[in-house]
Each structure stands twice: as C-alpha cells, then as structure tokens.
Design a binder for this molecule. Structure first.
Ligand SMILES: NC(=O)c1ccc[n+]([C@@H]2O[C@H](COP(=O)([O-])OP(=O)(O)OC[C@H]3O[C@@H](n4cnc5c(N)ncnc54)[C@H](O)[C@@H]3O)[C@@H](O)[C@H]2O)c1
Length: 258
C-alpha cells in the first residue's frame, strides 16, 4: 500500500474519523477533507496517534471548485486509489410534512449529499481510469428506502431519503460505466450509527425522549444501533484490493434492519 492515498470527504464526522482510522490501518495515506477546521485537526491527530499517515484540507464539499482543489492536493501527495464520499446530512430542522419542505432546503440537501458526490467522482475518475485502478464508496442510508414513524435523528427526512436513494443510482450507473477500467463503485447503507460521545448523530439521539429512543432501538433486530467502526470496516473492505469483483452494490450495514 506504500504511496497509495485515499480521499475522504466529511472526514471530521463520527463515521469519517472511523473510516480514516480504518483506511490508515490498511496502509493508505488519508487526505481528510471537512468544513470544520478544529474537528478535522482533532480527527487527524487521532489517526496520526494510531500510526497513520494523514493530511487535512478544510473545504466545502458543495462548492464547485472543491473537487479540483482536492484532486490537485491529493495528486501532489501520491497515487489516489480510493475516494470515500461521506460529506452529507439532513440539516438541523425537523421537517415532518411535505408542505413544510421549502425549495431552498430541498436543493441544499440534494446538493450536499448527491451533487457533491457526483462532482468528486467526476474529478477523481479520470486519474483512476488512467491507472486502471480505483475504489469509490458513496454513503447512502437505509433511509433510501424510507422509514415509518416520527422524524427522529433526521432533519429534512423526505429530501434526505431522496438524496440517499439517488446516490444508489449514481453508484449503480457509474459502476457499470467504469467497470472495464478497473474502478469499482459501491455504496453502503448504514442504519442508525452512533459514533462516540459528542458526535452529532449521537447527540441528537441522546436528546430524544426515552420512549422514542427505546422504540428506535426495538426496531433493530440486534436491539442496538450500529457503531462507526462497524461501517468503517465495510468501507475498508470495499476500498481494498480484495473487493475487486464487488461493484455497483448498495450494501446495508444495518444489523438486519432492512
Ligand atoms: N450516523 C448515522 O446514523 C448515519 C446513517 C446513515 C448514513 N449516514 C451518512 O454518513 C455520513 C457521515 O455521517 P456522520 O454520522 O459521520 O455525520 P456527522 O455529522 O458526524 O459528519 C458529517 C461530516 O460532514 C461534514 N460536512 C458537512 N457538510 C459538509 C460540506 N459541505 N463540506 C465538507 N464537509 C461537510 C461535517 O462537518 C461533519 O464533519 C453522512 O453522509 C450521513 O448522511 C449517517
């Protein structure tokens, strides 16, 4: 793996740090990208302490010039073999009905989750194609199939579900388009994942009324939410050489929820 780099967007988040730790442990140098400067440096420090090689870049994954800037930085570091599009989310405001959904918020959620992933893929695919090797992982969600019951840890759930379903389409088509060039493109579909104390989704979950929390956990056959390292392990596999014949999938990491 010497000299091989992985680029991770949304890398300062609960899942992003776990993915960066996992990929570093597999021998990738990791270029961690995120909006949040402080959290990014703290996450990178954890990866360095674990023995990983890591660089950071503060950027807004939604901004049109971001992918080219990330590509230039990554290519200066070495050979980019993996791209993990993790930047995403559903916004802060709980939206319960379709009438409450404003165009601006709808557009924002799709731009953050889908358009940014598309643009990062568009920037990184040509180099991977030229080298005849690449691993791309997009982060969808079990929400791509919808979920009954009240809005809980998700804000604009309708837009978020739409965006996460669109990522499965992006993944499936790009996988077929690039399969002959040695590039695999997969998505993972996590259910509720609680990273460490202080991570955004865990904080939202902890703030729910006790009955609602218990109800959510009862929905999982495992009786518990997932942990960030459990998603990271699957992403690590999909980024590995061993996953060479796995492409176009939307792999649930959900404790049997779907
Ligand atoms: N935690 C869960 O339960 C869960 C379940 C399914 C899917 N997901 C998806 O996994 C991904 C990571 O989730 P998480 O739980 O780590 O959330 P998180 O909020 O802890 O992390 C998201 C990270 O993305 C960064 N980010 C947001 N907008 C950005 C932008 N425009 N540019 C750059 N960085 C940006 C944030 O700063 C944050 O560090 C998201 O796409 C999320 O939708 C999470």
């Amino acid at each position: 793996m010497a000299g091989r780099w992985a680029v991770v967007t949304g890398a300062a988040g609960g899942i992003g740090v776990a993915v960066s730790l996992q990929l570093a442990a597999q021998g990738f140098g990791v270029l961690m990208l995120d909006l949040q400067d402080g959290a990014l440096e703290a996450g990178a420090e954890r990866v360095r302490k674990a023995g990983g090689t890591v660089e950071t870049m503060v950027l807004d994954a939604m901004s049109p010039p971001a992918p080219a800037a990330a590509l230039a930085r990554a290519e200066a570091l070495g050979r980019v073999d993996a791209l993990v599009n993790l930047a995403g989310g559903s916004g802060q405001r709980p939206i319960r009905t379709i009438e409450e959904m404003e165009d601006e918020l709808w557009d924002h959620i799709l731009a953050l989750n889908v358009t940014s992933a598309f643009r990062f893929c568009r920037a990184f695919v040509p180099g991977m194609r030229a080298r005849r090797h690449g691993r791309i992982v997009n982060i969808s969600s079990t929400l791509a199939r919808g979920r009954k019951g009240p809005v809980t840890t998700h804000g604009a759930r309708l837009a978020y579900s739409t965006a996460k379903a669109a990522l499965l389409g992006l993944t499936a088509q790009l996988a077929k388009d690039e399969a002959a060039h040695g590039i695999t493109v997969n998505a993972v579909m996590p259910s509720l994942i609680l990273a460490e104390q202080g991570s955004r989704i865990r904080d939202r979950f902890e703030a729910l009324p006790a009955e609602q929390k218990a109800g959510m956990l009862r929905d999982f056959p495992t009786g518990r939410a997932g942990e960030a390292h459990e998603v990271a392990a699957v992403i690590g596999f999909l980024c590995s050489d061993a996953a060479s014949y796995v492409t176009g999938t939307g792999m649930p990491v959900d404790g049997g929820f779907l």
